[in-house]
Design a protein around this ligand. Structure first.
Ligand SMILES: [Zn+2]
Ligand SMILES: [Zn+2]
Length: 150
């Protein structure tokens, strides 16, 4: 975690409030993921921040549902979404040190910035990536942070 700025504890929710969470530790920067499962579940590329698994506390799960697809290259991923408003909220690679949540579900100000792009090889053709952020055709393999990341 030594290159990551310390961020205050954060809170987040889906649109309807049926899924709410708190992050009781540092929030890592946002990864834009252009992979096909993220595209098809989020409606565009996904934008996920992350924290250490033990720092994420789900405080409301009334409408939270979990979904697994073998089309996620990372094994044992559970995607958490709201069954009422349809928001994609969590991307949980089980057994990993970090857990991911959609940047848009965080209450602002978030205090974080975008770290880079992953899975650009699977992006759709209706937009271009025009920024100077780091990008990877597949997983970042931990290059965007000091710790492993898919
Ligand atoms: Zn909801
Ligand atoms: Zn993805």
């Amino acid at each position: 975690m030594s290159g990551e700025p310390e961020a205050p504890a954060a809170t987040g929710s889906c649109l309807c409030g049926g899924v709410q969470y708190e992050v009781r530790g540092p929030v890592r920067g946002v990864i834009f993921c252009h992979c096909e499962p993220c595209r098809r579940t989020s409606g565009n590329f996904s934008a996920n921040a992350s924290s250490r698994r033990e720092d994420l506390v789900i405080t409301q799960d009334r409408t939270l549902r979990w979904y697994h697809t073998d089309r996620d290259v990372t094994p044992n991923v559970q995607r958490g979404f709201c069954s009422q408003c349809g928001a994609s909220v969590f991307w949980d690679p089980q057994g990993y040190e970090f857990v991911y949540f959609s940047a848009g579900s965080l209450d602002a100000p978030t205090g974080i910035t975008v770290a880079g792009h992953i899975w650009t090889s699977e992006k759709s053709d209706y937009y271009e990536i025009n920024d100077d952020l780091p990008r990877s055709e597949g997983s970042s393999k931990g290059r965007y942070f000091d710790t492993p990341h898919d």
